[in-house]
Design a protein. Structure first.
Length: 256
């Protein structure tokens, strides 16, 4: 009985010692039971990233309202000429007094990183004036544009259109230095009228002629710093088919 009790006490003592000494090791030998501390080897792991992240340079850039990067200028002033299909038509112009005025307050350009190749677009207003060479004006007779001679003394007689101007040009070079551009445009005509200014100051106007609502065309431009020279071509002409003289309109001018 004493041996059983002693054995139980020995087992209990070993169990208690094992719980309390979690950092120790139980060792049985000839000399009895002994406990030794564990040898814990700690290793430190260092992680070095082998991945190098480099931001890729943008290949395109968008500039809004930046006329330095755009070939389309804020203000353009030019002169209109017409090439009539029938030389006998009445639409004979004083070219130097037939002005074209364009204002492009909204401008956007898309270029590459070097700003030497790009696309320019704008939104503006364009006014085309056609100054008659002879003392003549126009009226609508049965919806058709008809010439009417002026019997009084006049200072000038002209025909005018006002349009929403939407151009787009492809450019090679830097417009702020030197560039060449080609493109096209669409003029959405908002109004048209004739104007006669008589000697003495009186004026007459007739509104809303049968012009093409959308007048499209093509353009070419050479830009040097803040000045550009341009040429526009309207192959469609001014008036609707069978409503007025058939013609092509050309304009040349300068932009700032």
């Amino acid at each position: 009985m004493k041996k059983i009790v002693g054995l139980l006490m020995l087992v209990a003592g070993v169990f208690a010692a094992t719980v309390k000494a979690d950092a120790q090791t139980l060792k049985l030998g000839i000399e009895g039971i002994s406990f030794e501390p564990d040898t814990v080897v700690k290793e430190t792991v260092h992680y070095h990233s082998a991945v190098s992240v480099k931001k890729k340079e943008k290949s395109t850039a968008i500039y809004i309202g930046n006329y330095k990067s755009s070939s389309i200028r804020l203000f353009e002033y030019g002169w209109n000429m017409v090439e009539r299909e029938n030389p006998g038509d009445f639409f004979e112009l004083n070219n130097w007094k037939s002005q074209q005025v364009t204002i492009n307050p909204f401008n956007m350009s898309i270029t590459n990183a070097g700003r030497n190749v790009g696309l320019s677009m704008a939104l503006g207003l364009r006014f085309n004036n056609y100054r008659f060479m002879d003392p003549v004006t126009m009226e609508k007779v049965g919806g058709v544009v008809t010439p009417v001679p002026i019997l009084k003394d006049i200072k000038k007689s002209k025909f005018t259109t006002a349009a929403l101007h939407i151009p787009a040009e492809f450019t090679i070079g830097k417009p702020s230095r030197f560039a060449v551009s080609v493109g096209g445009f669409a003029d959405i005509v908002c109004r048209s009228h004739t104007k006669i200014k008589y000697v003495g100051g009186n004026k007459d106007k007739v509104w809303n002629f049968p012009v093409n609502f959308i007048q499209y065309g093509f353009s070419a431009r050479v830009s040097c710093k803040y000045v550009s020279l341009y040429c526009n071509w309207y192959p469609q002409g001014l008036f609707k088919s069978d409503k007025g003289p058939k013609m092509e309109v050309w304009s040349i001018g300068i932009g700032f």
